[in-house]
Design a protein around this ligand. Structure first.
Ligand SMILES: [Zn+2]
Length: 406
């Protein structure tokens, strides 16, 4: 009995030797990458690995040019410690954001520093062969910037439902096109291809180099043509069973009300997205409300914001209402996940003054309000590059993920 147990244990240990080595290596790379300027001794302390293991791993990483020595730190009594830094220029990532009739592309280093950007339009006729269109444009973009030999992966952010296992866009009503299969892009360039929905990508960008770095648990909320969210729990993006978690736009806020394109009635997106603004403004104009909005043709979300900034109370109230509606959805997330922070972003934010007023007003009351630890509400500082950064983050989190989580 005893010897049987021992042999099984030995087998397990033997079988896992390589995995343990890989785990340790990933732990070290991740710590150097995320912390920067760290000594071998501190690495040993923080990872719990022995100093000789750390030394061996670091020697290997320096040889591979993934890590370099960058001078010395302050002495704690003995010799000054040599500090180590992750070499972010070791590889190049291509990040893409697919939008309606347009694709944005970037080339970034492994630390989220965007080196080159480009965008191109595609016609309705090209939508069915989007993978080939992207391959042609991306190849040219990469070659023009002489990055082909350093390319380590491609990340794509797209609206809609993405199956994480198959790496396929299942459904994308906003694009109103069938993407077909984007996998040929990864096969053509012979690098890992990671695809995810744009709200998840937004949250990943915030976690990587944005405000999300401060929080273990936060939710990124995006507003614009659609409404979405990316949920980060214990520093990991929560994707649900197949990648559909965080579909904030399709939670029901008014049962039995307006019909959403998803087939349900009363979805939040009908009351908090750009189309809510335009539909409501058109309705106000049609019934003769004396709003400045009527002087804009066609009515767009931008023109509504402009009217509000010019003192039009009807436009202001409409934006506040949009914010209150969005906050009802946000509160549902807060009660379900008890996050430390909500980070808001997306093209629908615009100048945001009145929308934010509505959100903050509605968020003033929730079940956790009496707890001393207060919910933080922030707006993203990453600008319109957030999607491209997040697309690159998809690749980085794939490349450097500790293998046990793969
Ligand atoms: Zn819906």
């Amino acid at each position: 009995m005893c010897s049987g147990e021992t042999s099984v244990l030995n087998l397990l240990r033997k079988g896992n030797k390589e995995l343990i080595k890989e785990l340790n290596r990933s732990l070290v790379i991740d710590r150097v990458r995320l912390q920067g300027n760290i000594s071998r001794t501190d690495l040993a302390k923080e990872t719990g690995l022995g100093l000789s293991t750390i030394t061996n791993i670091i020697d290997e990483l320096i040889k591979e040019n993934l890590v370099s020595e960058v001078g010395t730190g302050d002495s704690q009594g003995g010799r000054k410690p040599v500090l180590l830094k992750f070499n972010g220029d070791f590889g190049i990532i291509a990040g893409l954001k697919i939008e309606m009739q347009e694709v944005k592309m970037c080339l970034s280093n492994l630390e989220g520093k965007i080196l080159h950007k480009q965008q191109f339009s595609y016609s309705h006729g090209e939508a069915n062969k989007l993978a080939q269109v992207i391959i042609d444009k991306l190849e040219c973009f990469i070659e023009c910037n002489e990055c082909a030999s350093k390319l380590v992966g491609i990340g794509i952010a797209t609206p809609g439902l993405v199956d994480r296992e198959s790496n396929e866009v299942i459904y994308s009503p906003i694009l109103k096109v069938d993407h077909g299969d984007l996998k040929p892009i990864g096969m053509y360039f012979d690098v890992p291809l990671m695809i995810d929905n744009d709200a998840n990508v937004f949250a990943l960008a915030e976690k990587w180099i944005g405000l999300g770095r401060e929080y273990r648990n936060f939710i990124g909320v995006t507003v614009g043509a659609g409404v979405g969210s990316g949920i980060v729990i214990d520093n990991m993006l929560f994707r649900g069973d197949f990648g559909g978690a965080g579909e904030l736009g399709h939670i029901t806020i008014y049962q039995g009300d307006r019909l959403c394109y998803c087939g349900q009635r009363g979805c939040l997106e009908l009351y908090a997205s750009d189309s809510f603004l335009v539909n409501e403004a058109e309705r106000m104009v049609s019934i003769g409300v004396p709003t400045l909005i009527k002087s804009y043709t066609p009515i767009t979300p931008e023109s509504i914001v402009m009217a509000a900034q010019n003192g039009d109370v009807y436009a202001q109230e409409l934006l506040v209402k949009q914010g209150e509606n969005l906050a009802i959805g946000i509160k549902n997330l807060v009660h379900l996940f008890n996050p430390e922070a909500i980070i808001l972003g997306g093209e629908g934010l615009r100048e945001g003054e009145f929308l934010l007023k509505g959100i903050k007003k509605e968020l003033e009351v929730h079940f956790f309000i009496k707890h001393p630890r207060k919910l933080q509400f922030k707006t993203s500082q990453l600008g319109e590059d957030v999607w491209l950064i997040g697309a690159c983050a998809l690749v980085v989190s794939h490349l450097f993920k500790v293998p046990i989580y793969k």
